[in-house]
Design a protein around this ligand. Structure first.
Ligand code: ZN
Length: 399
């Protein structure tokens, strides 16, 4: 039964239309830096899906920044619901070495900002739903497309869905995994340490307190004591714990005792760790240094904490039906499957934690190409993603 409807849907899969849609989405700027990054792309997708005959909703989330929701199927059984989710916003287009909006295809790859992160996936998702609809295959449950806003910042699009629906049983987030099944990822937090010293002339260092040297002591503790501990921690689904010292700035010029120094770090935390715990680790280092150095004055803060936003981990058990279905689908489409963890953060953790939706990340292209100066996505992977999505929809939402 499934094999028949899968074959039938493939006959209606219009590969050229998916490639054209990818191109058209790339051609519409939706980068952060624009006043309302997703305004135009979301209007385009909404119109496109309505013209394809889908039931649709255009949902304002922040001002004119709207999620696009479309669905197929009567939704008689909530166990048989699947959401294909992708974000419509991209990172900035500055410093790109290729035309960010051309969608040019070279050697089987489509280029431009958002090609891999994640307009190719959006097109693959729309193409999958369209193929099933135009093949006239009836569903028992319901398959949703959700194009959301603001993933690259504060995930307000996914947050809206988690709070207001549609709340499906399962979701696939199409971030680039090279079509691997990524059923988890780590949480993310950015931590800042601000070291306060005292400015003085470099010739009279005894009159000042050197914040760069104090920061150096903190860095040494992080490298020699904290990082080896973090390195020991790993989780079977989300992979290893990690801390990256990513940014440092301090002082004014060589002949002045540096009166301030700022360190910023990225901490990837596991389901059995916590955001608060990650902050406490750094605070503990400072407290212990202070015992021998009363001059040390440093504050620890969470960056971008003004909206109270947390970036939690995602976990979908390997035993989940969704993981098994994606294995089957991958075997069918690309003759292989691999499960792993997604190295970056996704909306999936919000859909899962706050919306109770079992979520897996699977999409076309390689993560390393995302945010890069030469962003591209292999066209063949976009088409294969579409086929994997078709198989998954039929298996989960079918009769
Ligand atoms: Zn992304």
């Amino acid at each position: 039964m499934l094999t028949n409807s899968y074959q039938k849907a493939l006959e209606h899969l219009d590969e050229n239309k998916i490639i054209d849609l990818t191109k058209n989405l790339i051609a519409i700027p939706s980068y952060h830096g624009l006043a309302e990054p997703e305004k135009d792309i979301s209007a385009y997708l909404y119109k496109y899906l309505a013209e394809e005959g889908f039931e649709t909703e255009h949902v304002p989330v922040v001002g004119e920044r709207k999620n696009v929701i479309a669905w197929h199927g009567p939704g008689r059984d909530n166990e048989k619901t699947l959401m294909l989710e992708g974000h419509m916003d991209t990172v900035d287009v500055k410093n790109m070495s290729v035309d960010p909006f051309s969608g040019e295809i070279k050697n089987g790859n489509i280029y431009g900002r958002g090609a891999v992160d994640m307009k190719g996936a959006l097109a693959a998702m729309v193409g999958a739903l369209t193929a099933i609809k135009s093949a006239g295959i009836p569903l028992e449950g319901r398959a949703y497309f959700a194009g959301v806003i603001d993933e690259e910042r504060n995930y307000r699009g996914a947050d809206y869905i988690a709070k207001n629906g549609p709340l499906t049983r399962y979701a696939i987030v199409g971030e680039p995994t090279e079509l691997e099944i990524h059923n988890g990822h780590r949480g993310l937090i950015w931590i800042e340490v601000k070291v306060n010293g005292k400015y003085a002339h470099g010739g009279t260092p005894e009159k000042g307190i050197n914040a760069i040297e104090k920061a150096g002591a903190i860095i040494t503790e992080i490298i020699t004591k904290l990082k080896p501990e973090i390195k020991k921690k790993s989780h079977p689904i989300t992979g290893p714990s990690h801390l990256n010292l990513g940014y440092i700035k301090g002082g004014t010029q060589p002949s002045t005792v540096a009166g301030d120094c700022i360190l910023q770090m990225d901490r990837r935390w596991l389901p059995d760790e916590s955001q608060e715990g990650a902050v406490r680790e750094i605070e503990a280092i400072i407290s212990s240094l202070k015992e021998n150095d009363p001059e040390l004055d440093a504050e620890v803060t969470v960056i971008d904490d003004d909206m109270g936003i947390q970036f939690p981990p995602l976990v979908c058990e390997e035993s989940s039906p969704l993981v098994n279905i994606l294995k089957e689908a991958s075997d069918k489409v690309i003759n292989r499957h691999k499960t792993s963890y997604f190295p970056a953060w996704t909306d999936g953790s919000i859909l899962s934690r706050d919306g109770g939706i079992e979520t897996v990340v699977l999409g076309p292209g390689h993560l390393s190409s995302a945010h890069s100066e030469e962003e591209y996505c292999p066209v063949e992977e976009i088409i294969n993603a579409s086929k994997i999505y078709i198989y998954s929809i039929l298996k989960i939402c079918g009769q």
